[in-house]
Design a protein around this ligand. Sequence first.
Ligand code: MN
Length: 724
Amino acid sequence: MAAAPALNDPVFSYLKPADVARLGEAFRFSETAHAGQTRQSGDPYISHPLAVAEILAAWRLDGQALVAALLHDVMEDTSVTKDEISATFGKPVAELVDGLSKLDRIEFQSAEDAQAENFRKMLLAMARDVRVILIKLADRLHNMRTLGAVPLQKRRRIARETMEIYAPIANRLGLNALYQELQELSFSHLYPMRWRVLTRAVKAARGNRREVIGKSLEAIRRRLADAGVEASVSGREKHVYSTYTKMVEKHLSFSEVHDIYGFRVIVKDVPACYLALGALHGLYKPVPGKFKDYIAIPKANGYRSLHTSLIGPFGAPIELQIRTEQMHRIAEAGVASHWMYKDDSTSLSDLQKQTHLWLQSLLEIQTQSGDSHEFLEHVKVDLFPDEVYVFTPKGTILSLPRGATAVDFAYLVHTDIGNRCVAAKVNGELVPLRTELRNGERVEIITASHAKPNPAWLQYVRTGKARSNIRHFLKTMQYEESAALGERLLEQAVSALGGNAAEIDTANWERVVREVGSRAKQEVLADIGLGKRLPAVVARRLLRRAEPAREDARGSGKLPGRVTIQGTEGMAVQLATCCRPIPGDQIVGSIKKGQGMVVHAADCLQIVRSRRNAPDMWLDVDWDAATPRLFNAAIQVTVANQRGVLAKVASEIAEARSNIDSISMEEDRSVYTTMLLVIEVSNRKHLARVMRALRRLKDVLKIARVKGQPAGASAAATGSVRLT
Ligand code: MN
């Protein structure tokens, strides 16, 4: 516990004694948890969280954030759990540490620009509390400061990640000093040679020009004093990395770039900024086009200052920044300046509110200036998040609207993936397709070649892309299925007239398509399948038969004799859910206009009246001998009400190679109880086998197939359970 006295460091002196005591506890807790662990440098591990807490103390973050900083690696690197932290240090601290651990688990993979941008957004979106980001940035800063001890390969990766992800986040939050330090450190590790050469050159140039700089500085101070402007003026050191980017971007040599000196003038209020500007423009000639008023129109991250360039003594340009003390604080510390300069009376929630207000005011500034709508977008996305960011299995980040599901994700990856998806895995675990995705999740879609979009998806998809693709697919599918059914109905009608559909040639078809005012043969067939055209009418035209005589007119609407179905026609042929016909049953069908054919069992009770009153509506349908699918059949089983009886029934059904689709039971459970089961069978024989097997159970008293039950008949039964 050697380092504990470090908490006496004056950097912590702004904290209340109770907070300092808490910090001591957290320090000891963390030290114990990390006991025996060392950093790459050989230092005991605790030195790292302590350093992070010190960085945050310099930004004056509150006690909770500092405690979280001391504990920030315990969940990742030791066996300590969130609950333990919550029990010892309270829920807010536990939430902060948990948030940090979540961010830690994400690894940035691709250097692609768009990818980096999404990654930054995701980090910001995941950190619902801005303190999480600040702790994360301090953590990264200390890791960068001590990066020399890390093996080369890893060093480069971390440096690149810092340059592409963390430095821009610091910039966006207005943490300028941090932004620059992260950039300098990253640059020095990414390009050590260039870094060394440039650093040396900058130092030498500064030495050579000391005299010129000194003279200019003095002249500026005197001029401001003469003009009655109270100001502090300092020379501004150019950063190596910014010099380097200027050289690269503008194709300049070092001497061309470094011929610029920078000075910073800090005054007491806004009017003094403009007074100072006027005075200095009178001292040296300004460079045309270089003046920028970031006070009137602040930069995207809230930065405010006046910028100008002057032609100094010996013709060298001088860059000037003029700002107030308050502008300076925000320029250096951005969002953290709210912690740095709060007085004791402000509570944390006030501060959160203030920060929020500050961010919102930035938003408004941006809206007014209309200049960087880029930032506008960022603030919206990052701090008022309405998007989620998730990974593909390959590590690409995709953004989706909040509430989007696995189906939306599938369609975003590819239309084919969406159309054929059957299940999804989130972070390696199987989940239903309707599952809402959350930030940082890794999503994998499982597809099957025969799978098709389900109309039910339309109820929960969020993206327009998924919605329109599903609609399009269903429409196309229905059209194709209807055309296939229509073709069969037409074949029947043609042969009923003594013709042969296979002998009808293209020219004949083209004539009929024209005559009926349609666009294509396929469309005529789909119309027949959908019940919009009568097959007999089209058949007569194809065979050039006259319309039947007047007295026979009613017959012209009659449907053809028989048609064969497989039950796999999809939406063109629907099996009625009242009687649930299965292969082997006698079946009849009727075609509803625009909906296709609905098939009932011939003895279905629901259609008795319709068949008597409108026999023309109905046609006989046959089952195809070999239908590949399983069909739902309903059976009613009365059993002795004993424990385990359902399990026996279920296992008997499974034994007979059938599945249970749903079960409902009678409310009144006396000695006997009646269950309504919907099971999957391939045909009548299969169903008979299942029923025989159930009958053999001694607890089963009665068993019967349910057919033609009116839709509401099962209302007495409750507790319906779907098993699939
Ligand atoms: Mn760390």
